[in-house]
Ligand binder design. Structure first.
Ligand SMILES: CC(C)(COP(=O)([O-])OP(=O)([O-])OC[C@H]1O[C@@H](n2cnc3c(N)ncnc32)[C@H](O)[C@@H]1OP(=O)([O-])[O-])[C@@H](O)C(=O)NCCC(=O)NCCSC(=O)C[C@@](C)(O)CC(=O)[O-]
Ligand SMILES: NC(=O)C1=CN([C@@H]2O[C@H](COP(=O)(O)OP(=O)(O)OC[C@H]3O[C@@H](n4cnc5c(N)ncnc54)[C@H](O)[C@@H]3O)[C@@H](O)[C@H]2O)C=CC1
Length: 441
């Protein structure tokens, strides 16, 4: 049986790898070689990456792809996407090219409010708590001056604090529900610092508030943390065109296609099994840009999925309609993004990605990310409602299957040509490849 290890974090990188190789891999040399193969030959760069997280032993590559031809608010972008799944970048590129010829994407930031909460327990008169809160509120804000002064100079800071009574849901539970403007940063650390200061002031001052009984004065702070649910940090992106120009070839009837497309969105609105996959397709685009621009995709994922369920049932993030002969397709999502802070000025590829996008501010990045999600969804739903998804997806995935079969470059070329007019499935590729190999043995 494998024994636990004490002090793993204190070992050097080489010692960590050695322990791993001897403990879990019977000293297999290839394990050490594989891990080291992914180290960067530039030691300074490697050290930078090592220090992003803890117990680093190697780097985990994701491909960085480019989806060109995105016309957004009349400006042309090439969008960087970091993702492991085949066909996503191709689909985004195809959708970008399609809408480029139809006026492009329009995107608008609706609002930028961030949220944080101090969760606390209080047992006593609710009226007295409200009086205490109203009295202490200016002091709560004043006590964070040292944290907020620079943010205020940028036009941000604390926008409000309200007291929320949650005792109907949990006995004794109240919140300081706080809102912030964090300008070009995602703001997690700024918000958390403010919240911890609020909590300290709120708890301390209660001890000497004369109207409180001894029990009431003993406010218990449970925790202080930002919320990744930001329903008032919203961006909208949309496309539209006459139904008649919605198809590229005459084999498909434009009106029929538009109707079927809208129907597909309606299904995703009312059927959660479909909505989850529908939104997964949207996140293909969103996560890839969020990652490439050094943002926190876990925060974005959590916030967006909560928004998708805001009306009580998990539903589509995109909407579509045909009205007066015009097809309209749009998305509205919460996005708390930063173009400063976090990894944005540290990771060389993130810096490059932001440079490629023209050094956007946070609002501009919100627009680009929302468009990537909308474009991705357009491509997927168009495929689903016309050819089916497998045709395009498997066309892109063919190389992965051939790589699994250890095909040579010449063999890959042969099979890409061979499958040009055939349906790609895993078994079809395996069968064709095996037959080819036995013929050429
Ligand atoms: C895959 C395509 C684009 C093929 O589409 P196609 O019509 O075979 O492509 P094409 O060869 O005619 O090329 C047209 C354009 O597509 C792009 N394109 C085409 N090929 C490439 C490539 N190799 N590399 C880069 N870009 C490519 C590119 O923009 C190209 O223009 P060009 O560059 O030649 O001027 C199309 O079938 C498609 O959009 N399919 C949708 C694929 C998709 O959504 N994939 C996501 C993964 S599946 C999933 O996770 C989500 C899902 C589907 O379940 C969500 C849901 O259910 O809603
Ligand atoms: N629940 C969550 O989502 C949590 C996320 N995080 C992590 O926190 C990081 C993001 O936090 P941040 O506070 O954004 O980053 P950060 O801690 O790097 O701070 C960014 C700072 O940049 C400064 N700044 C300079 N120019 C600015 C401008 N134009 N606008 C705004 N600020 C400007 C401000 O002082 C701001 O506080 C991410 O790495 C995220 O993964 C951390 C804790 C919890």
């Amino acid at each position: 049986m494998i024994a636990p290890i004490a002090g793993f974090s204190k070992l050097s990188k080489n010692e960590k790898i050695e322990w791993l190789a001897t403990t879990y891999f019977q000293d297999d040399e290839t394990v050490v070689n594989t891990l080291k193969k992914y180290w960067n030959s530039d030691e300074t760069l490697q050290k930078l990456h090592d220090e992003f997280i803890e117990n680093t032993i190697s780097n985990f590559y994701l491909p960085l792809g480019i989806a060109p031809n995105f016309l957004i608010n009349d400006k042309l972008y090439a969008i960087p996407m970091a993702i492991e799944e085949s066909s996503v970048v191709a689909a985004a590129s195809k959708a970008a090219k399609f809408w480029l010829e139809r006026g492009g994407f329009k995107a608008t930031v609706l609002n930028t409010e961030k949220v944080g909460q101090v969760h606390f327990m209080y047992f006593g008169s609710t009226e007295k708590l409200h009086d205490y809160f109203n009295l202490i509120k200016p002091e709560l804000i004043a006590a964070t001056n040292h944290i907020t002064q620079n943010m205020e100079k940028r036009g941000g800071g604390i926008t409000d604090i309200i007291l929320r009574d949650k005792t109907q849901e949990l006995d004794g539970y109240f919140q300081l529900h706080c809102t912030f403007e964090t300008v070009d940063s995602m703001g997690a650390n700024f918000i958390n610092s403010c919240l911890e200061q609020f909590a300290k002031t709120f708890e301390e001052a209660a001890k000497s508030y004369e109207a409180f009984s001894e029990q009431e004065a003993a406010i218990q702070i449970v925790m202080s943390i930002l919320s990744n649910y930001v329903p008032n940090c919203l961006v909208k992106a949309e496309v539209s065109c006459p139904v008649s120009s919605l198809v590229e070839n005459e084999a498909i009837d434009a009106e029929e296609f538009a109707e079927k497309f809208v129907r597909a969105i309606q299904i995703a609105k009312i059927e959660p099994y479909r909505a989850v996959t529908h939104n997964k397709g949207i996140m293909n685009g969103i996560d890839a840009v969020v990652l490439a621009t050094g943002n926190d995709f876990r925060a974005i994922e959590a916030g967006i999925h909560a928004y998708a369920a805001k009306d009580g049932q998990y539903s589509s993030l995109t909407h579509a309609e045909v009205k007066d002969g015009v097809f309209r397709f749009w998305i509205e999502i919460p996005l708390s993004l930063g173009t400063v802070g976090g990894l944005t000025s540290l990771h060389p590829l993130v810096k490059l990605a932001l440079q490629l996008l023209g050094k956007p501010n946070a609002k501009e990045l919100m627009q680009l990310v929302a468009v990537a999600g909308l474009a991705q969804n357009f491509a997927a739903v168009r495929s689903l409602t016309t050819t089916g998804i497998q045709k395009g997806h498997m066309k892109m995935h063919l190389v992965n299957i051939l790589n699994q079969l250890e095909a040579t470059d010449a063999e890959k070329k042969h099979f890409i040509a061979f499958f040009k007019d055939k349906t790609v499935t895993h078994s079809a590729v395996v069968n064709a490849f095996t037959a080819y190999k036995s013929q050429h043995a």
